[in-house]
Write a protein that binds this ligand. Structure first.
Ligand code: Q9C
Ligand code: ZN
Length: 345
């Protein structure tokens, strides 16, 4: 399995976030990629750069005005004499208007984002676009016949939607990979999201579609981010009704219960009969993750990799979360290594 990686991820650095009432350095750090890449290289994976994918491919999933906002936001900030991290401080909640997009940068930021954990810094756009190209390159490799590919995306993507960013995510890498496969011969694609957090952006993007199944295992939104989406009664709408499946799990979930939910997810994917699989691979389900509360252990990631090989589908892995940096490489390599060992394609 090839690893698609761009050093441009490191341009997104130096951000801060609002965490439990305090401003702290971003948990989503460049070090994460350093540790993943080191472990994948050590265990023999080949690393390739992303291809030059034209920017207009982003509009297969995102709204043009949103992409334009992300690309130009930091220049508007510095034009006001500011530097450092851009974070919003007001959002269009109930009782406020969302039909008006404020022309000023502060209001626009609040309109396009949904939390104060997702800073824009000078290199954010270049890094986010590079991550999107990594995901679409991995999808291209699979559409051209590879059994599987891994996109080492940073920043991650699954919280970003058609026209919103948040949760450390700006462009939805997994959705762009799924759409790439749809545009290059796949009739039906399943997205399985195993990040600790609900993939609200991916769900929103495919909510009314019957050609992409979205299945997510995550900590219950009753107590975990993103709080306002990811319940079991969300099943899609219109043509997409029945093409969203949420499997929220309690805090403290360990492998036996996780595995049972994964089996339910894999059965749903089997019934959907896709011709390709995207895995939104967050390893923030790890017991030592600093912002999460599941209890998966290192050896469980190899077990997860074995389970993910069961459908026997061409598979694009897209990196999402995982913040226990010292162990993140071993956990990702555990999934990919055992998947490759078990895969019969
Ligand atoms: N400051 C992903 O794993 N913050 N995003 C929660 C801690 C947002 C996680 C509170 C967590 C987003 C891709
Ligand atoms: Zn996460």
């Amino acid at each position: 399995m090839q690893v698609v990686h761009s050093p441009q991820h490191a341009l997104h650095d130096g951000g801060v976030e609002l965490h439990r009432g305090e401003m702290v350095p971003s948990f989503e750090s460049p070090e994460r990629v350093h540790f993943i890449l080191a472990e994948l290289e050590r265990t023999g994976f080949a690393v390739v750069p992303p291809r030059d994918v034209p920017q207009d491919r982003l509009m297969r999933v995102h709204e043009p005005a949103f992409v334009e906002f992300l690309q130009g936001a930091y220049a508007r900030w510095t034009a006001q004499g500011r530097d450092g991290s851009m974070l919003p401080s007001g959002f269009p909640a109930r009782g406020l208007r969302r039909d008006r997009r404020p022309s000023g940068i502060h209001g626009a930021m609040g309109w396009y984002s949904f939390d104060a954990s997702t800073p824009i810094v000078a290199g954010t756009w270049d890094a986010a676009f590079a991550a999107a190209r990594c995901a679409m390159t991995a999808a291209a490799l699979v559409s051209e016949g590879a059994a599987a590919a891994y996109a080492l995306c940073r920043p991650p993507g699954h919280h970003a939607g058609t026209s919103f960013y948040g949760g450390y995510c700006y462009l939805n890498n997994a959705a762009l990979a799924a759409q790439y496969l749809r545009d290059h011969g796949s009739k039906r694609v399943a997205v399985l999201d195993v990040d600790y957090h609900h993939g609200n952006g991916t769900q929103e993007i495919f909510w009314e579609r019957d050609d992409v199944l979205f299945v997510s295992l995550h900590a219950t939104p009753e107590s975990e981010y993103p709080y306002f989406l990811g319940y079991a009664d969300e099943r899609g709408a219109g043509r997409g009704e029945g093409c969203t499946l949420n499997l929220p799990l309690p805090l403290g979930t360990a492998w036996p219960e996780y595995r049972a939910a994964l089996d339910v997810a894999l059965e749903a994917i089997g019934r959907f009969a896709p011709d390709a699989l995207i895995v939104s691979l967050g390893v923030d389900t790890f017991e030592a993750d600093p912002i999460s509360a599941f209890r998966l252990q290192r050896a469980d990631y190899a077990r997860m990799g074995a389970c993910l090989a069961v459908p026997g589908l061409p598979t694009v892995f897209v990196q999402e979360g995982g913040y226990a940096v010292a162990e993140i490489g071993a956990n990702v390599a555990g999934v990919l290594g055992e998947f490759s060992a078990c895969n019969t394609l």
